[in-house]
Design a protein around this ligand. Structure first.
Ligand code: GDP
Ligand code: MG
Length: 300
């Protein structure tokens, strides 16, 4: 797999430099409806740009087609400017027939590859706009059991098309021990079913700090995430400071506290530590594979 060799040989300084110049990343959220996808997007962008649905629509009002929405913002993280786009997708539990619920998602991924390929093939040498999805955040229902068949089937179709990042949704509904057990279960289910999730590369010239960070992130996947409740003002019981989280009769969770959930790790991975790795694997492995297959399919 030549793509991997070239990729891991890229000097880190080159990557870090290009990161400084400002970057663009597109992530997509996928998963059953009601798992907190839109809420998590808002928490990532720290605003309420896309309205979370408080009351589930009655069955007859549910949309029959998938309407996919882009949410975009320029963010700055440690002096690094980044244009982050998150593609929100309606949950697939909304469909009467779930058996082909992945079609619109796969179609979107391929349409975006297509749009990029068109630019590459264009005679006019313009600056290319990267339309591709660099990461797919896949929401898993916090059941505590094993992965559902639909999740396995879905992720199996996604894993060679896009960088797959599984997350446990609404982690506040489980205890710490339950989360730990569920993570183990998911990791073994994924391995058993041959599903390849995105793995952070470790470079030869990485310093101990970045190796440590990559290992922390690798160990935490599937990230246990919690989306902040935007409707309440929540304060830290210890400092009285306003926090982003959720309040319960027995206390509060702080989404930005790494001892409460992995939200910060996910955010950091996307916009900082693994942004470039996600882009590189999309370019060198996933897109290249898709492009080759497509050329063969067209008989070129
Ligand atoms: P989506 O269909 O996946 O986009 O889900 P939404 O973001 O619309 O959220 C569905 C419901 O779950 C809303 O009532 C949210 O307030 C709630 N919710 C979202 N995130 C969380 C979370 O992390 N924990 C809990 N307990 N509830 C959440
Ligand atoms: Mg939603």
């Amino acid at each position: 797999i030549t793509g991997h060799v070239g990729f891991s040989n890229l000097p880190n300084q080159v990557l870090r430099k290009s990161v400084k110049d400002g970057f663009q990343l597109t992530a997509m959220v996928v998963g059953e409806s009601g798992l907190g996808k839109s809420t998590l997007i808002n928490t990532i962008f720290n605003s309420t740009i896309c309205q979370p649905r408080e009351v589930p629509h009655p069955a007859e009002e549910r949309p029959k087609t998938v309407a996919i929405e882009n949410i975009q913002a320029d963010i700055e993280e440690n002096g690094v400017k980044l244009r982050l786009t998150i593609v929100d997708t309606p949950g697939f539990g909304d469909f009467v027939n779930n058996s082909e619920c992945w079609d619109p998602i796969l179609q979107t991924i391929e349409d975006r590859y297509d749009a990029y390929l068109k630019q590459e093939n264009s005679v006019r040498r313009m600056k290319k706009v990267d339309t591709r999805i660099h990461a797919c955040i896949y929401f898993i229902q916090p059941t505590g059991h094993s992965l559902k068949t639909i999740d396995i089937e879905f992720m199996r179709r996604l894993h060679d098309k896009v960088n797959l990042i599984p997350v446990i949704a609404k982690a506040d509904t489980m205890t710490e021990d339950e989360v730990a057990d569920f993570k183990e279960r998911i990791v073994s289910d994924l391995a058993f079913n041959g599903i390849r999730i995105f793995q952070a590369p470790i470079y030869d010239d990485d310093d101990d700090e970045s190796v440590g960070e990559s290992e922390t992130i690798a160990r935490a996947i599937p990230f246990a995430v919690i989306g902040a409740d935007p409707t309440k003002t929540i304060r830290s019981p210890s400092s009285g400071r306003r926090i982003r989280g959720r309040a319960y009769p027995w206390g509060v969770v702080d989404v930005d506290d790494p001892s409460h959930c992995d939200f910060i790790l996910l955010r950091r991975m996307l916009v900082h530590s693994h942004m470039e790795a996600l882009r590189e694997r999309t370019q060198d492995v996933l897109y290249e594979t898709w492009r080759t297959q497509r050329m063969l399919g067209m008989g070129v």
